[in-house]
Write a protein that binds this ligand. Structure first.
Ligand SMILES: O=C1O[C@H](COP(=O)(O)O)[C@@H](O)[C@H](O)[C@H]1O
Length: 224
């Protein structure tokens, strides 16, 4: 695990966006295509804005979320809507979105079809993850119903997830897929999340602090 501290949030967002762009460029040069997984929530918007302007062969890039709230894109809680609004714009409009939501009452109803499209692009080239102050990452929350399943070595690509800290059902990539990505980045801002990360490192138990499952080999990017 590597920890990088930036002088400001702006420096973090532009620095990490340029790092991601370099990794995608190298992957496309080597294999002809790339898959980028990104977080939702309130933190990554400025990285999406910066990335959307980067000159890349975006038509060779598949983009997916690490997790989604099971709500339609018309909801203000939709991570997919955020992605469409901030990342899949400008030059990055040519990228292919692999959806984590399809209209249905429950994630279980669409899990197979959503998983199949993702299976085709594994391993992920670049995976950026966020973290909540409760130490969850993607939608793997402490006390979630399928917590142990999300950490299994033979876990499926996607799992539905329900947790006390999440107001709606979720769908999430599992730890196996996240840890299997070629490049892994964790994006956190502010003193509260830094303290939560330090607590997680001390706890060192993914069942209590899910972020622990993806720390090994990852670079943590932080600014106050
Ligand atoms: O619910 C979620 O939370 C985490 C953290 O979000 P933030 O608003 O604190 O940045 C996010 O990484 C995840 O993708 C999202 O679904």
């Amino acid at each position: 695990m590597k920890f990088v501290e930036y002088s400001s949030r702006e420096a973090l967002m532009t620095g990490l966006a340029s790092h991601i762009a370099q990794e995608l460029t190298a992957e496309i040069a080597e294999t002809g295509s790339a898959a980028l997984a990104v977080p939702g929530g309130s933190t990554p918007g400025p990285i999406f804005d910066a990335l959307s302007q980067v000159d890349l062969p975006w038509e060779k890039v598949s983009v997916l979320l690490g997790d989604e709230r099971w709500v339609p894109e018309t909801s203000e809680r939709s991570n997919t809507a955020l992605l469409r609004r901030r990342l899949l714009q400008n030059k990055a409009a040519r990228a292919t979105l692999l959806p984590l939501y399809a209209p249905a009452d429950r994630p279980e109803d669409r899990l197979n079809e959503l998983s199949q499209a993702i299976e085709n692009v594994l391993p992920l080239s670049v995976c950026v993850m966020g973290m909540g102050a409760d130490m969850h990452t993607v939608s793997i929350f402490p006390e979630a119903d399928l917590l142990a399943e999300a950490f299994a070595a033979d876990a499926p690509v996607l799992l539905p997830m329900r947790a006390p800290g999440a107001p709606e059902p979720r769908i999430t990539l599992t730890a196996r897929v996240l840890a299997g990505s070629k490049h892994r980045h964790i994006l956190i801002t502010g003193a509260e999340k830094r303290a939560a990360l330090e607590r997680a490192i001390l706890i060192n138990d993914p069942m209590k602090a899910p972020i622990c499952a993806v720390l090994s080999g990852a670079t943590i990017h932080w600014a106050d």
